[in-house]
Design a protein around this ligand. Structure first.
Ligand code: CTP
Ligand code: CA
Length: 225
């Protein structure tokens, strides 16, 4: 069992975790992406499995080995991630959106490699909005009592932005952490505050991503009971 957990308190539960970062293709060789490593989502999947849950991990470009005893669904883009998460969420007790989902994708996909031409400026890249998966899942719960958790990486006014985002998304819990180029991305550790729709605030001290994951599951279990 996971650190500090004395009973398999997620036994009989199905949980869905998204992890990694989506890639939005421009042409067959290029994409718009982000710095998410997938480590926090994988830690959530591992700890949920250790606590007895059936786990579906929807993994976007993470490049990490499949955790033992977890169903892994690999996706590339935000649209693919939405499809996979909605499908798995249909019978899920909890959904945790740890993936970094691209807010925008290129409006057009060039089926051939984009070439430069001498003396000619490049075409601008036109972007369109991707669907907001967390807001959609929160608004249309696949089952009553399903617990929905989001993540937010903020660089400024972390708590105020986090509260506003929690309200906007309509999820039950939002894990907020402060990021910068040298902080969190790719690291083994994390520091965060978990905000609850009930007004609660749970600080998680700097530590391994498993410890943050276990705190998230503690808060989920309390809401499932
Ligand atoms: N998210 C999502 N679908 C999107 C964008 C984000 O489901 N199209 C989810 C992420 O997985 C995360 C949460 O929403 O759990 C917050 O992501 P974030 O990028 O912080 O929120 P945004 O609403 O996109 O706000 P911002 O403009 O600050 O990027
Ligand atoms: Ca975003």
């Amino acid at each position: 069992l996971a650190r500090g957990v004395t009973e398999p308190d997620l036994r009989g539960r199905h949980v869905v975790v998204s992890a990694g970062g989506t890639r939005e293709p421009l042409d067959p060789v290029r994409f718009l992406g982000n710095r998410s490593s997938g480590k926090q989502g994988y830690a959530l999947a591992r700890t949920a499995a250790a606590r007895g849950a059936r786990v579906t991990l929807v993994s976007a470009n993470a490049g990490l080995p499949d955790p033992a005893g977890v169903d892994v669904v690999r996706v590339g883009t935000a649209v693919q991630l939405r499809e996979a998460v909605l499908k798995a969420a249909a019978d899920a007790d909890a959904v945790v959106m740890a993936a970094a989902v691209a807010d925008f994708r290129p409006a057009v996909y060039a089926t051939g490699k984009i070439k430069k031409r001498d003396g000619q400026d490049p075409d601008p890249i036109v972007l369109v909005r991707n669907p907001d998966i967390l807001a959609e899942i929160s608004a249309d719960r696949a089952r009553p009592g399903q617990v929905v958790v989001g993540f937010a990486a903020e660089t400024d006014d972390v708590l105020a932005n986090g509260r506003a985002k929690l309200a906007r998304k309509g999820c039950d819990l939002l894990v907020v952490n402060e990021v910068g180029e040298a902080r969190t991305f790719g690291s083994e550790e994390n520091e965060a505050v978990v905000l609850g729709a009930d007004g609660s605030e749970t600080p998680v001290p700097h530590g391994p991503k498993e410890a943050l994951a276990d705190t998230v599951w503690d808060l989920v279990v309390r809401r499932l009971a």
